[in-house]
Design a protein around this ligand. Sequence first.
Ligand code: ADP
Length: 246
Amino acid sequence: MLDIKNIHKHFKGNEVLKGIDLSIEKGEVVAILGPSGSGKTTFLRCLNLLEQPDQGALHFTDGSLDINFAEKITKAKELQLRRRSSMVFQQYNLFPHRTALENVMEGPVVVQKKSVAEVRERALKLLAKVGLQDKADLYPSQLSGGQQQRVGIARALAVEPDLILLDEPTSALDPEWVGEVLQVLKMLAAEGWTMIIVTHEMQFAKDVADTIVFMDGGVVVEKNNAKDFFDRPQQERTKQFLMQTK
Ligand code: ADP
């Protein structure tokens, strides 16, 4: 579905991404693992243009969208990309003065200019899907961390993206809420949503991801299907990492 080529990104002379390639199929779940500071979040943010890469390219294989990051990216292209991929943030990033339902409706109504009635109906269905049908009118501050993140997931689905990007979706949660959020992500994987997830949840990655990408120092050190990645890691650095996280 999508080919990502040679993504480079630096911050003030610090080269954080040193040429990342990744191809992703429709329905594939890719987990990105790696030590803190290895560039995982920056890579994810580059894919949604929350950071602008210095160079690299992104190509939807149906020919519908090509972006060369070395060139100036038009607002129209940026919007096209944002419509096709949506981000779930570590800290949920919900609008505090909007209800759960209004948070889910925001993208389709404001960005995609869809009719409020149609969006409302769909947003209620999405809230029900993540188990929050009775919380639609509550504000983020009235919800637990797990519930807020489930609203964040419903919001990401609301724009009907091709690709969902999830940046450590459970790492800000109290342990008691982690399970319910992972359960929702498992359901999405089973439904065939295409996802790239930065995570520290090893067991989840093992159970749910098709492909594991292991990053360190701004490069992909190892990439494999989940079973072989965990059972037969090839690189010394990967073996070390897996030992430390056991
Ligand atoms: P990870 O997600 O693997 O923990 P990050 O992508 O968050 O890694 O960070 C990789 C490196 O890039 C770190 O050294 C971090 O300090 C640096 N970095 C990330 N974002 C910025 C930024 N906006 N400005 C400067 N440095 C940044």
